[in-house]
Design a protein around this ligand. Sequence first.
Ligand code: LLP
Length: 421
Amino acid sequence: MDHFLYRDGVLHAEDVPVPEIAATVGTPFYLYSTATLLRHFRLFDEALDGMDHLVCYAMKAASNQAILKTLAQAGAGMDVVSGGEYLRAKAAGVPGDKIVFSGVGKTAAEIRLALEGGIRQFNVESEPEMEVLNATALAMGVTAPITIRVNPDVDAKTHAKIATGKSENKFGIPISRAHEVYALAASLKGLEVIGIDVHIGSQLTDLAPFEAAYDKVAELTGQLRAQGHNIRRLDLGGGLGIPYTRDNQAPPLPSDYGAMIKRKLGHLGCEIEIEPGRLIVGNAGIMVSEVIYVKSGEDRDFLIIDGAMNDLIRPAMYEAYHDIIPVVEPDPGIEQVKFDIVGPVCESGDTFARARVMPPVAAGELVAFRSAGAYGAVMSSEYNSRPLIPEVLVHEDQFAVIRPRPTFDEMIKRDTIPTWL
Ligand code: LLP
């Protein structure tokens, strides 16, 4: 459920009519709903009720500080994957002891940054990384709390580009080698082993792969404890999928996921962390765009809009489906038409949808891409010298620009010209 609904004939974000925002900030733009963000965070939080737990929002999904602050004020921790994300979380007021650091390629500089600023734990992904973390911590005279990310070799049954838990993926250490790697970690004086980490992929629409992975984590917990490791925290990653269409079968709910975690891991008495990104922000955001032209091709009509692949890369990159709806509510009886929906960027990959059946819209009208809150703005670029589009946050009847659109001048002035030119 989200808070983007038609009311009085136009799409509203909570209590604000979307055309009013478009008139103020121009198109295209990203628009987020505070109520939806909070609702989704609380669904996870409540799903783990009764267990010692922390929901660490995977901020790679949408990292605007206003979003981070909204979630942090509700009690969220953060899952970060770079020095930039770490500093952004800190700037948004998230304390270090609520930040977990994931990622396969943490540099010594990033590690230092997090050890200086405070960190809940590092999720270590390889032995070489472990050595660097140990050396850095020892040099600073501190101890780094760690979990080790294990790769459980489980098929997440999602798009190949976002599956991470198979042995051929670059992530984690093979679970079959966990014993020797934990033994190495225990021997390093700069590290304190506190738990196990696992993350098998994104946009999972079935609980079965999670269950398979968590069974393996439960078994490993018992074995490692028997070997003397004090395993007291399990980071279970993110990955629960969201509905992108209104007709398909909805993925399991956070409550189903939480109940499964309790069933599989509750008996271990560990503190539980989860790292959801998409489910918290995906359906809490839309992208609003204006139709520039309706062009009749030989055998199809193109809806040419002012948003493009540089603004929302998911359809081009993952063949992702996004529901695209008119901002003015169509008459219920209106005859649907078929469009290829495309942006102005100069490549055919700049296609959001082919033969999409939808109500007719004309040049100058607004359309909204639903489910665009996650991996939308954060993956945008200035390809074709199109300035990054603004982000706007709604809270009840108020809205605020949380990242302004750069002017052409600002964009162009970032280039610097060498003296020999
Ligand atoms: N934790 C780790 C270690 C991750 O790598 C990810 C996502 C998450 C948590 C959050 O997963 P989520 O709950 O959002 O599924 N750009 C792609 C998705 C990439 C996901 C990367 N890792 C897309 O647009 O579908």
